[in-house]
Design a protein around this ligand. Structure first.
Ligand code: ADP
Ligand code: MG
Length: 697
């Protein structure tokens, strides 16, 4: 099969080298195999013809047979347009063109009959269609009923007559010659059990469906297959890992027991206990741990991490914790140092701003084994950072790290790959987690420490600012502190900074009696830390900042989070920001400020924030609004590879496909049985194109 589908598209009838080059460049399509997977994203119903009198404004696209009465051009220069008056036996309407007038005018001969197709809109009392598609009416056409595929295309392709219709013509040729060559890619028993139609049929019907039912089945079959192979690969990877990657046995709990008895500052939540148990189970198993801990902001992931660190050290290994920003690394260091000191353990912080001499000490003590715990940023990944025996590597807020960077952690222990714990406060919807981290074990901290009051969230418009200031003042008078956050868009740093500075000045004017901190990305990190520390110590009452405070910062006394231009933030960002408050015993508040005019999506985002504190619910809405690629950063997600399945809508298919993949692997772990030969072949064929899945964790 591969031979034919590897053929370059320029050899396709009606294509030629120039058009092929455009396909390469614009759509990244090079081969027959890639082209045939360029699926329509919707279909137009060409089975139905409308009469002019039956038109109404809610119709998406309509097809009408009508005769030309007259044609005129109106206006000139850039405003010039062509209007054709057409009629059928029930009424009259207009067609308009703003472009391509010279070309179309030749065809619009009064008296001629065409099939017109497009979206009707009402102007005054008459309907009109702008830039309709038109076809000569032939007897064949009147009889032929079909769904017309609508293909993704681009401006440049369109300029070369490769609009949806042009692509469709090429596709017709491709399907005709490819059809006899298409081989089945799913195992027979899976096809039967899940009632899937053959690949051949699916590919033909997805492009040129005969009716809605068969189209539905074609889509289902192709989505199922897509999920099936993603899951199969992930599960296979996991299998290989658990078989092949021996893990250092970390099973001692001496320090842990001591810590529990003497220093644990609070009772762990049931969820924390469960996740500790799950992680400990991995660490002592003799197999390498690859575990993702998901827990909402404030759910207490750090304590779980520290407990695992204690197990590692009890067992004679070292541990490291990597954070995405210097501020966050600092805070982890400060927090954990307190416990480490109590336990008599050595801990150090390694970031870009650590001085050379101090670095040298860190490098040496790491290698000698004297240093038990290393906290840091990317600086941890440098080759010069060598451990005596790294047993546990923890990565906080994992989604901010590049995939390749994480892989570097693995190389820090030559004898055993270190156990890996990945912690994320960005709740990932189940479907996405299954696809992205299908090869990781997942633990969820789905419970907040006792006594937390849910944060109250409100949405206010800019005109309410004085009232908001009044509220802030009352809270400060009660002894609380307030965050005020401004958005940061990278394209326009200067503008952002100006916004922030203007905001800062107006806050200083409004609150002359209180000391105020300001932190933003353009500051030196020592200055940043200085300001941050003032706020942490309670010396300043208001912290004006950009999103640098988004992750990690922990000031339990801060009870109000005001987000300026909240409409410009993404949902997960808003949720992260809100998580900065509500860390103490006091009632906390989140105030989302926005302008009055909002886009539909912005409004959904703000409403969602007001409605719920549940990170998973928020993540689900986010997934629906933004799509999965965006959510994770496409390059590292690998989800962008999904051609037809949609993670936000096709969860039920994913679940079935995963089960099917699991069962297949259970009965034939290395896919060596003859009936699974095609599965193996398929996996190998796909491997050529894809990112390295083994590097995901
Ligand atoms: P996150 O999961 O966002 O990293 P942290 O680990 O920073 O959350 O914990 C948030 C706060 O809750 C910290 O001040 C921490 O000391 C506290 N905390 C953690 N676990 C508990 C618990 N079981 N009971 C009470 N407070 C807790
Ligand atoms: Mg944290």
């Amino acid at each position: 099969m591969s031979g034919f589908f590897d053929t370059k598209i320029e050899f396709l009838k009606g294509m030629g080298p120039q058009k092929a080059a455009l396909f390469n460049k614009e759509l990244n399509i090079f081969t027959f195999g890639e082209l045939i997977q360029h699926y329509p994203f919707r279909y137009e119903d060409r089975t139905k013809f409308f009469k002019i009198k039956d038109l109404h404004e809610d119709l998406e696209h309509v097809q009408i047979i009508a005769r030309i009465r007259s044609v005129e051009t109106i206006g000139d220069g850039r405003k010039k347009r062509l209007v054709a008056h057409i009629f059928d036996e029930t009424g009259e309407m207009e067609l308009t063109w703003f472009k391509g007038i010279q070309w179309v005018i030749k065809k619009l001969v009064p008296g001629a009959v065409f099939v017109f197709f497009g979206k009707p809109a009402k102007y005054g009392r008459k309907f009109s269609i702008a830039h309709p598609e038109m076809d000569v009416l032939t007897a064949a056409q009147e009889e032929r009923s079909f769904f017309q595929p609508v293909y993704p295309t681009t401006e440049k392709l369109r300029a070369r007559f490769l609009d949806s219709k042009g692509i469709s013509r090429i596709m017709e040729g491709l399907i005709a010659s490819a059809y006899p060559q298409i081989q089945e890619t799913m195992p027979e028993n899976v096809l039967q059990r899940f009632n899937l139609i053959p690949k051949k049929e699916a590919l033909r019907q997805i492009h040129f469906p005969e009716n809605p039912e068969i189209l539905k089945r074609a889509r289902y079959r192709l989505k199922f297959e897509e999920f099936f192979y993603v899951q199969l690969r992930l599960l296979k990877l996991k299998l290989t890992r658990t078989e092949k990657s021996a893990g250092q046995i970390l099973n001692q709990t001496e320090l842990l027991t001591k810590f529990y008895k003497e220093h644990l500052p609070f009772e762990l939540t049931e969820a924390q206990k469960r996740v500790v148990r799950e992680s400990f189970g991995d660490m002592k198993s003799g197999k390498q741990m690859n575990r993702l801990i998901q827990g909402d902001v404030g759910s207490g992931k750090t304590m779980v991490a520290f407990i695992c660190i204690l197990i590692a050290i009890s067992s004679g290994a070292q541990a490291c914790l990597m954070a995405p920003t210097e501020i966050l690394a600092n805070q982890h260091y400060e927090g954990l140092k307190e416990y480490a000191d109590l336990m008599g353990l050595n801990i150090a912080l390694l970031t870009g701003s650590v001085k050379k001499s101090a670095r040298k000490v860190i490098h040496e003590t790491l290698l000698s084994g004297n240093l038990h715990i290393l906290i840091g940023t990317h600086a941890l990944l440098e080759d010069i950072v060598q451990f005596k025996n790294l047993g546990l590597a923890i990565v906080d807020e994992q989604h901010r790290f590049g995939v390749a960077q994480r892989a570097k952690l693995w190389a820090k222990n030559e004898r055993f790959i270190p156990h890996v714990l990945v912690m994320t406060a960005t709740p990932i919807p189940r479907t996405l987690a299954m696809t992205l981290y299908g090869d990781l074990d997942i633990s969820v901290i789905d419970e907040m420490p006792l006594g937390r009051k849910p944060i109250q969230t409100v949405h206010r418009y800019d005109k309410d600012r004085l009232k908001v200031f009044g509220f802030m003042r009352k809270q400060i008078e009660l002894g609380r502190q307030v965050y005020l956050v401004y958005p940061l868009i990278e394209e326009s740093e200067t503008l952002d900074l100006k916004n922030l500075m203007d905001g800062y000045e107006s806050i200083c004017r409004a609150f002359p009696e209180y000391p105020i901190s300001i932190v933003h990305g353009n500051m030196k990190s020592t200055d940043k830390d200085f300001e941050m520390q003032r706020f942490v110590k309670g010396e300043t009452k208001i912290m004006v900042a950009t999103t640098v405070i988004e992750v990690g910062v922990n000031v339990p006394n801060a009870s109000v989070m005001v987000v300026e231009n909240a409409e410009r933030f993404g949902l997960s960002q808003l949720h992260q920001l809100r998580g900065r408050v509500g860390r103490g015993a006091d009632q906390s508040y989140c105030i989302l400020m926005s302008k009055y005019e909002l886009s539909k999506d912005s409004r959904v985002r703000l409403d969602t924030m007001v409605r719920t504190n549940n990170g998973f619910e928020i993540a689900d809405v986010d997934l629906k609004l933004r799509g999965p690629g965006d959510l994770m950063g496409t390059q590292q997600s690998g989800v962008a590879d999904l051609l037809i399945a949609d993670l936000s809508k096709d969860a039920p298919i994913l679940t079935l496909a995963r089960d099917a993949a699991q069962e297949l692997l259970q009965s034939d772990p290395d896919l060596s049985q003859p009936e699974n030969a095609l599965v193996l072949r398929q996996i190998r064929a796909q491997k050529k194109h894809e990112i390295n899945w083994s590097r995901i964790s």
